[in-house]
Design a protein around this ligand. Structure first.
Ligand code: ASP
Ligand code: MG
Length: 410
C-alpha cells in the first residue's frame, strides 16, 4: 500500500470551514487506497499572534518559553482536524511532535530534527488510521519541547516522509506552487512546473517564503520528490526534484527578496585571521546566523570587516560585540539597518558567464546602490536599501525575462 505524507499550512486550516475542507482533501487521498500521514501548521495567523502576546510581556523572552508557547498553536489544529475526520466517519488520531517521536537538538526556536522514531505512527497506520501530526515541533533528549524555526512544519513533513519511506509528499499551501518570484508583490511572477532541489534551496534560503529551506535540504538528501500545490484550487502545482528537464534555456529561474537585513561593520580589527575567526566562532556559539561577509585588508595590518545579519539578531550581536570588543581586538563597530537582500537564482548560471555583470548593470542604471554582494555557482545576491527592494525585484524579473512562458530546448 502506498504511503502519502500531506502537509497543510496555516491558511488551509485557518477556520472551521477550512479545516472541514482540508478533512475532505485528506479523505480523497485515503479513498485512493493510500495510508495517510498529515502534518499541519497552527491555524491562520496564530503563531504571529502568540509571538505578539509574548512581546507584550517581554521584548526579550526566553527561547525555551517561546517554544512552550508557540508549540501550542499546532496542537490546537491537530485536535480539531482529527475531530473533523472522525465526524466524517474516518478513523484518525493526533500526535504532538514528542508523541510522534520527533527528536531534535536543543537549540530552542530553531532546532534541527536529529531522529524520528516512526514505530508508533506505523502501528496506527497499520490499524487503518489517518495519523495527524503537529508540525514545527519536537523534543530534545532531555524531554524539552523545541520548535524548528518559523515555517518549520514543511520540514516536519519532509522528515516524516523520509523516516516513513513515503511514496509521496505534498505540501498544500495558499498559493498554487513555486513562482519565479513572490506573486503577491511581483504581478508578472509565473508558476514553475518544476524546479531542482538546488535552485529551490537557494530560493528558500534567500527569502522565498513558500517552503522552509531545511525541508528542501531533507528532500534533496533523501531524494524525496516534493509537490507544492494549493489546498483550495484543484490545479497542478510545482514538482521539486533532482533533474529539471524543461526550461534549461532559462539562465535565471527565480528572483527572491528578503527584508530586515542589517550590515555590521567592524573597524580596525587587529591580528588578522585569528581575530576574524574568533568573531564568527563567538557569534556562531550564540546561534547568530551571519550571511554575507566582506573583508578588507587596507591600512597596515588592520582588517575592516562587514557582515550581514537579520534584524532580529541585531540586539544580541551588539551585546556580543560590546562584550568581547577587547578580546576580539577591534577599534569600534557600526551598523546600518533598513537593508534588504535581492537575489537571482538559476542553475543555468554555471555555464553562462556575465549574469552577475548584467544584474549589477541594470541595478546601477536604475540608481539602486549595491552595498554588499555574494555569489555561488547558481545565485547572485545583493544587499540594497529596503525602500528599493521591490523595484529591484521587478526590474530583475523583467530583465531576465522570467515572465515568459517555459520552453524546452530539446
Ligand atoms: N506555525 C509555524 C509558523 O507560523 C510553523 C509553520 O507554519 O510552518 O511559523
Ligand atoms: Mg510555510
Amino acid at each position: 500500500m502506498a504511503l502519502a505524507v500531506l502537509k497543510f499550512g496555516g491558511t488551509s486550516v485557518g477556520d472551521v470551514d477550512r479545516i472541514k475542507n482540508t478533512a475532505n482533501r485528506i479523505i480523497d487521498e485515503k479513498k485512493q487506497g493510500n495510508q495517510v500521514v498529515v502534518v499541519v501548521s497552527a491555524m491562520g495567523k496564530t503563531t504571529d499572534q502568540l509571538v505578539a502576546l509574548a512581546n507584550e510581556i517581554s521584548s526579550y523572552p526566553s527561547k525555551r518559553e517561546m517554544d512552550m508557547l508557540l508549540s501550542t498553536g499546532e496542537q490546537v489544529t491537530i485536535a480539531l482536524l482529527t475531530m473533523a475526520l472522525t465526524e466524517k466517519g474516518y478513523s484518525a488520531i493526533s500526535f504532538t511532535g514528542w508523541q510522534a517521536g520527533i527528536e531534535t537538538e536543543s537549540n530552542h526556536c530553531n532546532a534541527r530534527i536529529t531522529n524520528i522514531e516512526p514505530e508508533k505512527i506505523k502501528r496506527h497506520l497499520n490499524d487503518e488510521k489517518i495519523v495527524i501530526i503537529a508540525g514545527f515541533q519536537g523534543v530534545t533528549e532531555e524531554g524539552e519541547i523545541t520548535t524548528l524555526g518559523r515555517g518549520g512544519s514543511d520540514t516536519t513533513a519532509v522528515a516524516l516522509a523520509a523516516a516513513l519511506k513515503a511514496n509521496k509528499c505534498v505540501i498544500y499551501t495558499d498559493v498554487t506552487g513555486v513562482f519565479t518570484s513572490d506573486p503577491r508583490y511581483i504581478p508578472n511572477a509565473r508558476k514553475l512546473e518544476s524546479i531542482s532541489y538546488d535552485e529551490m534551496l537557494e530560493l528558500a534560503n534567500l527569502g522565498a517564503g513558500v517552503l522552509h529551506a531545511r525541508a528542501v535540504e531533507f528532500a534533496k538528501n533523501y531524494q524525496i520528490s516534493l509537490e507544492v500545490c494549493s489546498s483550495l484550487e484543484k490545479v497542478s502545482g510545482t514538482v521539486i526534484e533532482e533533474e529539471v528537464t524543461v526550461e534549461k534555456s532559462l539562465i535565471v529561474r527565480g528572483v527572491a527578496f528578503e527584508e530586515d537585513i542589517t550590515r555590521i561593520t567592524i573597524f580596525e580589527l587587529e591580528n588578522g585571521l585569528q581575530n576574524l575567526s574568533s568573531i564568527f566562532t563567538t557569534l556562531a556559539a550564540r546561534n547568530i546566523n551571519v550571511d554575507i561577509i566582506i573583508q578588507n585588508q587596507t591600512v597596515g595590518e588592520n582588517t575592516y570587516l562587514s557582515f550581514s545579519i537579520k534584524n532580529d539578531d541585531l540586539r544580541e550581536t551588539i551585546d556580543i560585540l560590546e562584550h568581547y570588543q577587547t578580546t576580539l581586538g577591534f577599534k569600534h563597530f557600526e551598523y546600518e539597518s533598513g537593508l534588504a537582500k535581492v537575489s537571482i537564482i538559476g542553475s543555468g548560471m554555471i555555464s553562462n558567464p556575465g549574469v552577475a555583470a548584467k544584474m549589477f548593470e541594470v541595478l546601477a542604471q536604475n540608481n539602486i546602490q549595491i552595498k554588499m554582494v555574494s555569489t555561488s555557482e547558481i545565485k547572485v545576491s545583493t544587499v540594497i536599501n529596503q525602500s528599493q527592494m521591490l523595484d529591484a525585484a521587478k526590474i530583475l524579473h523583467a530583465e531576465f525575462e522570467l515572465d515568459l512562458v517555459e520552453h524546452n530546448v530539446n
